[in-house]
Write a protein of this length. Sequence first.
Length: 256
Amino acid sequence: MTRKFLSYCLAGVFAASLFTAPLMAQDAPKATTEVTAVDDAAPAPSGHQMFKSKFIEGDPIWMAPVLVCLILGLALCIERIIYLNMATTNTAKLLEGIESALKSGGADAAKEVCSNTRGPIAGIFYQGLAREHEGIDIVEKSVIAYGGVEVGRLQSGLSWISLFIALAPMLGFLGTVIGMIFAFDQIAVANNISPAIVAGGIKIALLTTVFGLIVAIILQIFYNYIVAKIDSITNQMEEASIDLVDMLVKDKMAKA
């Protein structure tokens, strides 16, 4: 629970610094002293400042939901990344410790090694060693069953990240379509198709789509990293489970 709360805080700080960080530069009073033509030339805004100014120019009714998608999506991504990094285990070192413990103290000593190691692989090993006295077939079934549980834990929250990836551009498109409708209403009211009448409204409408796509791209990058990390841990779990069963078989043959 503490880890999730920390993740939400980190995501909130990140989003706040990205979109609402010091806007004082935009509000700074203009110099009243006359200077040369060279000094009068305003410096070109940085990419970060331009990004923030364009976000502020957009319609807050549609920009706010897109920003919420970014904050919640980043919070989930950060929580998953922290969890997956904590779930990563040095499999080779763990197997060596279990093998040494089996030779010196049996299954109980091996379970103690698993208890002192964090991560899903150690949990799977513990479940298999707990059934060691029931035979290798039961150990295999236990490892497979508990492996499915651990994979489900690794994939927790991915569906919500996928939702925000799909929702952000959809909200942007919705804001654009509604903005275009209002623009055509202005044309009908003014009875004039001059671009000056609707240019501002169309610009604001299109900004919602742009930022919706940007949010989706950011979250998609994090999502792909998380999926790749889960696949890597899952492969390690499968390989380590096979090694554990082989180790138990050899141990039983040595004791027979």
